[in-house]
Design a protein around this ligand. Structure first.
Ligand code: NAD
Ligand code: AKB
Length: 319
């Protein structure tokens, strides 16, 4: 019987992943935590208001709930990180080290920690970026994710901590809002389209980026975490990939469903971040090691979001 702690459970990923972890392990075996108060999505779980920078608090939560697995999702993402680099570095690194130390001390069964395509940089091969390649990130977020990958591998090699990780592309879901990334436009755009409003994109129309629908990201995460230990050969972080598209292509995909939708382009500081990241990712190592396979392409994702979002917004109005 696993007892699972999710740190950063109120975020874009946590709000949806926590629900799926409840289905897998039983809601009563999942403890959601965040520095904020619980949101509607995760209110049914046991909740701890936890600042991941506070080791005493973290250890108390692990002891009190007899935690065996941790999903550590709390981080400052790329765009927000550039506004306060030292804060982002501190939170992203200290938070991870606190979790890895706790895993060692309490001999936790498994740890999940997400990395990102932000570990790649301007001289990384842009197309079909391989698992092992040049990594020269130039955002504080990317630097912290690359350092985090090295720490994960270190704790596995030196202390036998079973820590597993994915380099997510931009995650797109409609059930929760993103928290300060460069790929956030691809979530916001659906809300504008459904409101009948034009969209102003902060990236240029031809900026290719690797992206993934949230259901695929959750499937990848759970598949990785449930795979037998001997199948996990990469202890830094696995490349995973699903779809790559430009803002212009997502607009066209939405226009197939809402023909009157329109967008303009007004790139800001996030353009330079996007330009430093790959166009597409080679995830063959993840496919071979533990059978990763995405299910959503751009149009399928668009149809799913445009069908599901109005119902979700309506249910919020009723609450
Ligand atoms: P998010 O910003 O939506 O959520 C992060 C959560 O962490 C928030 O609920 C926030 O309140 C919480 N948090 C912040 N400081 C905290 C602290 N001191 N203690 C405890 N909780 C704290 O981010 P997300 O999109 O859900 O991302 C989750 C993870 O996935 C992050 O590690 C991120 O780097 C990674 N990731 C996300 C994406 C994406 O597109 N969303 C892509 C690649 C990697
Ligand atoms: C961001 O844009 O910062 C995130 C990511 C790709 O890690 N979505």
């Amino acid at each position: 019987m696993e007892k699972v702690l999710v740190i950063g459970a109120c975020g874009q990923l946590g709000s949806e992943l926590t629900i799926e972890l409840g289905k897998l392990h039983g809601d009563e075996n999942v403890v959601a935590s965040d520095i904020t108060k619980p949101n509607a999505a995760i209110r049914k779980f046991k909740f701890e208001q936890l600042d991941i920078m506070n080791v005493t608090q973290l250890n108390a939560v692990i002891e009190n709930h007899q935690i065996t697995q941790v999903y550590h999702l709390a981080a400052i993402l790329s765009a927000k990180g550039e506004e306060n680099p030292q804060w982002a570095w501190n939170l992203n690194m200290t938070g991870l080290l606190n979790v890895l130390e706790a895993a060692k001390t309490y001999k936790l069964n498994k740890i999940y920690w997400p990395s990102s395509i932000a570990v790649f940089g301007p001289t990384t091969p842009r197309t079909n970026t391989p698992q092992d390649t040049v990594m020269d990130p130039n955002t504080v977020y990317g630097i912290s994710k690359l350092a985090g990958e090295r720490w994960c591998e270190y704790y596995f090699e030196k202390y036998g901590v079973d820590v597993r990780s994915l380099r997510y592309p931009g995650l797109i879901g409609y059930k929760s809002l993103p928290g300060g990334g460069t790929t956030d436009y691809a979530v916001d755009i659906y809300h504008k389209a459904l409101n009948g409003e034009p969209f102003e994109c902060f990236l240029s129309k031809d900026t290719y980026l690797p992206m993934m629908y949230m259901s695929d990201a959750i499937k990848a995460t759970i598949d990785l975490m449930e795979a037998p230990q001997e199948q996990i050969k990469v202890r830094s972080s696995y490349n995973v990939s699903a779809i790559s598209f430009t803002p212009e292509q997502i607009v066209k995909s939405i226009q197939k469903e809402i023909p009157e939708f329109s967008a303009t382009y007004n790139p800001d500081f996030r353009q330079a971040i996007a330009d430093s990241w790959p166009d597409s990712i080679d995830d063959s190592v993840a496919r071979n090691d533990w059978g990763w396979q995405p299910a959503y392409d751009l149009d399928k994702m668009t149809r799913t979001i445009l069908e599901g979002l109005p119902e979700l917004l309506e249910s919020f109005q009723k609450v």
